[in-house]
Design a protein around this ligand. Sequence first.
Ligand code: ATP
Length: 340
Amino acid sequence: MAVFKPENVEDFYEIGEVLGSGHFAQVRQVRERATGTCWAGKFLKIRKNTCSRLGLDRSSLEQEVEILQAVQHPNIVTLKDVFESRAEVVLILELVSGGELFDFIAEKENLLESEAIEFMKQILEGLGFLHSKNIAHFDLKPENIMLSDKAAPHPNIKLIDFGLAHRFHQGEEYRSTSGTPQYIAPEVMNSEPLSTAGDMWSIGVITYILLSGLSPFQGETDAETLRNISVMNYEFAAQYFSMTSSMAKDFIQKLLVKNLNDRMTAEECLLHPWIKPITRKQVAKRNRSSINMKNFKKFNARRKWKMSYNMVWMCNRLVRLKLLCKGSSDPDPLQTLIEA
Ligand code: ATP
């Protein structure tokens, strides 16, 4: 079982700036006092009692830690240490300083499919390794695909956030409806038994977006998005896919498949001609095709705007709750906010 150190994290690390935050965690840069090395500290609140909806169960934190400890791969973030206090757990992770892959791509003027494939290959290699250990990530989305150093000539992909990851045991049936509507597979939505194939659906969605700047199932509301997924309502509209190779569309079509047993695996993806061309004609096709940069930039700007909007919404609610809680017996407005 994973070792959670009972010592105070601040005795060993100096806590620095906020790098990002999610539903359950705040991630800050931390500096190891003994060596001066910088890491990322993921601060997670522990649920105080079973009735509370604030924070995470210790068991799900243990699961995230055990999975991170089990996977050491160049395309997966590494875990160095874990600290635990009464109220929170702190994961000391490798510092991934190159930002999100989608932001890196959005800064470019143009990008050939062959260049985008270099990133896809790394994502698939990380994922293939994970799946070979019977672990599924279950939260693959642009926010969780980062680069270790964007100034490097060939930036290295790092998959992060294993908060929803699950390790399958022999004969086990696992169901979960967690995830982000845009990227979840039909079986997640339908609360059916899951497998590592759930991640492959997300790869199909991410590739579709990367090439076109369009999200295949996105509706006006989450309910509409989920409806679009359930009826497999997607197409390769010519106005968005005019620069896309037929091999890329074939790649996506073999991932956005309703029956999870019929989807390509990560290993099969790495052998698909779009990723690993065999003939000269296939190589030439990839080099002639490019991503729809104009629309991709629009997609990414909207995505970032939505993320900031959600953050401002959370802060506003916090302020309102702080006012409401003034004079009340509730000691922790943040707790009330997250429970709301
Ligand atoms: P979610 O709400 O998506 O489940 P979470 O609460 O589990 O998120 P993470 O996704 O792990 O938290 O981290 C939140 C943000 O912190 C990330 O989107 C990223 O910007 C930043 N971050 C996470 N891990 C690292 C890291 N190792 N190095 C640098 N930044 C990181």
